[in-house]
Design a protein around this ligand. Structure first.
Ligand code: AMP
Length: 425
């Protein structure tokens, strides 16, 4: 009964509590350092965009647009949606801000929440954080390899174990229609044996049948024609070059002819990254590919592009499973203890003096017992505790206690910052 009145977070959405922030901070630090090294500029786009942008960009028949979008109508009758992914919004921004006139390739990265109305389960949330990288204005296969390398390097730097890259090509408007026809006619002869979901996919987006995880569909998939055997010359040589680049930089990849990705905008290369170690989920950590037609589709100039996104929650859960630490908390070297109201006032002033001098000081102004404050200082691993009692406050001095030896001396309050700074050196 009591619980009935309690508010709870919305299904599939979660708080990131202070104790978990260190994982998110570590990921952010690694990602932003790598982004800087490779010359990416950070972009933030609004969480909300016109629904039509996603419908057109991601594809009307995709699960993301059909079933998973958070749609809303404004008072002005605009149809808006919470972003289910970042790329469509970034492409909108690229076009709207005339970024094609900047030196190309233009490299952008991002970090922020996305929203998908999916069935919540391990590794699948309705609000989740993604970071990602996009490169515009370059059709060379080296870019595809570089994007993969960036994600691999991020995961390596985070010390995630047993990383594996799965890669495929989904062709382009030259060769994909023919392959789709081939796949459709193959599946038509086996339609009675595929699962109900695949029957739907067969009608809406036949490539997605290849993605099916149902037991009964596996033998049908194995015998299906494979897209890699039906790529046009351009897609074939592009894909070959990507693999050669990956060989050159010695990244561990496997070809996965069933990898098609859930969004419609991909052309040529598609890939996903996983961790295969214990504790690793079967869910991908990151996924992406080339999307040479998206900028034009969203009413911009014909601009080749390539990018990928990673899910932060999945990485955090893997870091925990693999005993990988988050960002280190800064050490507490100084603790300020006070006794009495005058000492509290002086203490508030002294704390600011330390802050201005960029020396971290912890305190427990709420505690009044010296013993409790010294215990807290011990727990935090402070090297020195500064003790300010009524008498010290009146005399304008502070007791400096060495927490290791227990030795104490008295110094002038005006000089304590400089003295402590010297002792910490
Ligand atoms: P996608 O473009 O859908 O493959 O998403 C890219 C990455 O975002 C995935 O590899 C996941 O790591 C992450 N991701 C996607 N959907 C979810 C979700 N519902 N919950 C948590 N992470 C997700």
């Amino acid at each position: 009964m009591a619980n009935k009145n309690k508010f709870q977070s919305v299904t599939g959405m979660h708080d990131i509590l202070p104790e978990d922030q260190k994982y998110y901070r570590k990921i952010y630090d690694v990602v932003s350092n790598i982004a800087e090294f490779y010359g990416f500029g950070k972009i933030d786009t609004p969480i909300v965009e016109e629904t039509e942008l996603f419908a057109k960009g991601i594809g009307l028949a995709t699960d993301v647009v059909k079933k998973e979008m958070y749609n809303l109508k404004t008072k002005g009758d605009d149809s808006l949606s919470l972003r289910p992914e970042w790329t469509a919004g970034i492409v909108r921004s690229y076009i709207e801000n005339g970024m094609h006139s900047l030196p190309q390739p233009l490299k952008l990265w991002y970090f922020g929440p996305c929203y998908r109305y999916e069935r919540p389960q391990a590794g699948r949330y309705r609000q989740f954080w993604q970071f990602g990288f996009e490169i515009f204005g370059e059709s060379s296969s080296v870019i595809d390899a570089q994007i993969i390398q960036i994600f691999y390097n991020i995961f390596k730097e985070l010390k995630l174990k047993d990383l594996i890259i799965e890669i495929n090509s989904v062709g382009d408007s030259n060769c994909r229609p023919y392959y789709k026809k081939l796949l459709s006619s193959y599946l038509k002869s086996r339609e009675s044996s595929i699962c109900p979901d695949c029957k739907r996919r067969f009608k809406e987006n036949v490539l997605r049948v290849l993605d099916c995880k149902e037991e009964k569909c596996q033998p049908i998939k194995t015998e299906a024609p494979q897209i890699l055997d039906h790529l046009c010359d351009e897609c074939h040589s592009h894909f070959k070059e990507v693999l050669e680049f990956l060989d050159e930089i010695e990244l561990p990849y496997t070809l996965n002819p069933y990898l098609v990705r859930g969004l419609d905008y991909y052309t040529k290369t598609v890939f996903e990254l996983f961790s295969e170690s214990e504790g690793g989920c079967k869910n991908a950590l990151a996924g992406g590919g080339r999307y040479d037609k998206l900028v034009k589709l969203l009413r911009g100039r014909d601009t080749p592009a390539c990018g990928a996104a990673a899910g932060t929650e999945r990485i955090v859960s893997l870091m925990k499973a693999q005993d990988i630490e988050g960002a280190k908390e800064p050490e507490t070297q100084i603790f300020l203890a006070q006794l009495g109201s005058m000492a509290k006032r002086k203490g508030l002033w002294l704390l600011e003096e330390f802050r201005k001098s960029k020396v971290r000081v912890a305190e427990s102004f709420g505690k009044n017992s010296l013993k409790a404050q010294l215990n807290r200082a011990d727990k935090l691993g402070a090297k020195y505790t500064l003790i300010l009692g009524q008498k010290e406050a009146l005399d304008g001095v502070v007791i400096v206690r060495n927490m290791k030896t227990g030795k104490q001396d008295v110094v002038k309050i005006d000089e304590v910052v400089a003295i402590v700074k010297k002792r910490l050196k």
